[in-house]
Design a protein around this ligand. Structure first.
Ligand SMILES: [Zn+2]
Ligand SMILES: [Zn+2]
Length: 342
């Protein structure tokens, strides 16, 4: 089969490799859709990439089971359509026991290798897809699960003002989840086309971030600021500006890591006198993954407008370059559906 291999800085090649074989309790999955994530781009552009053996990135995967190994494979059958959860959590450690399996102390990061014709995974990491969830939609289960992990920690009573900073793929997922939770959603971005997509996905109000966004947010919130601010942009200046957009007794979620690393200038009177909660969020717990697939199944989140580019596996390097240059929204690597699959 063919697989992408990351050799080093900006050096991603597609090569012939051995077909995966299902071991005990494992399944081989023929990959139909694999999303390019900003974290893939950080691996791709990192100078350190050359320091390890060539490896296959890709962790936002959906496909079809083509082979089952021996042992307990549950009710999974060859031909089942599945989404792949790359985080193997133990369910028994201190963090799992307190509901924070995103920080499982025995986490197994499976080498799931999504930019390939096929991959092998333990069956316990696979979730069957509802008939109306496409492979492409299911490849968003992973980023959507990360978004849900953030929302579990955010108070959001009905009609509270939510400000989503950044209308990239992640911001557009936050927009829809905040709306599904009953929030009044304001989205800010510099790019008009991204704001247009936010409006199409249900955002109530849009703010052009290249103008006076603070005044615009105050005007939209009776001078109070937003009750919840979700920052999906990993730029310190943008995060600092977000502290000026939050209402008293509000909350700010820092969803994006900063690359390159940066420090924040934070006036401590914001968390103190204004009683603003500042939190972050990272990865997800298994229940977030399941909830993400249900949101896609029941149409509360629509990811079709987020897909701007589709590439065959042979053009995976082009997919990475497209994401690196922030062209469009989400790039997917997709395979043709074969006979007998749907
Ligand atoms: Zn991802
Ligand atoms: Zn654990």
């Amino acid at each position: 089969m063919k697989s992408a291999l990351l050799y080093g800085h900006n050096d991603l090649r597609v090569e012939e490799v051995a077909d995966p074989v299902a071991g005990e309790g494992q399944a081989v999955i023929r990959i139909h859709a694999s999303g390019v994530c900003p974290s893939d781009i950080r691996s791709y552009t990192a100078a350190t990439a050359a320091k390890r053996d060539p490896w296959t990135p890709g962790h936002e995967i959906a496909g079809v089971v083509t082979e089952l190994g021996s042992g307990d494979t549950g009710d999974l059958q060859v031909g089942d359509r599945v989404a792949v959860d790359w985080r193997g959590v133990c369910g028994r450690c201190h963090q799992c026991a307190r509901g924070a399996a995103n920080f499982c102390e025995n986490l197994i990061k499976y080498p799931i290798a999504g930019f390939a014709d096929a991959t092998v995974m333990p069956v316990r990491q696979l979730t069957k897809l509802a008939g109306n969830v496409s492979f492409e939609a299911a490849s968003f289960a992973e980023p959507l699960a990360c978004v849900l992990n953030a929302h579990r920690a955010l108070p959001l009573p009905l009609t509270e003002n939510v400000l989503v900073v950044g209308a990239g793929p992640i911001g557009l997922l936050h927009t829809q989840v905040a709306k599904a939770r009953g929030g009044r959603v304001i989205v800010t971005d510099m790019k008009a086309d991204r704001l247009k997509t936010a409006a199409a996905l249900g955002a109530h109000d849009l703010v052009d971030a290249s103008q006076d966004q603070k005044q615009a947010v105050l005007d939209l919130t009776n001078g109070r600021g937003a009750d919840v601010v979700i920052v999906t942009v990993g730029i310190p200046a943008v995060i600092e500006a977000a502290f000026g957009l939050v209402a008293k007794n509000g909350a700010v979620n820092l969803f994006a890591g900063t690359h390159p690393k940066g420090n924040l200038a934070l006036n401590p009177d914001v968390p103190h006198y204004d009683q603003v909660a500042i939190n972050g969020s990272h990865d997800f717990i298994p229940n977030d993954f399941a909830t993400a697939l249900r949101l896609l199944q029941f149409g509360q989140v629509d990811v079709a407008p987020l897909i701007s580019h589709r590439f065959p596996l042979d053009a995976v390097a082009e997919a990475f370059e497209t994401t690196k240059q922030q062209l469009g929204l989400k790039s997917l690597v997709v395979a043709e559906v074969q006979e007998g699959e749907k």
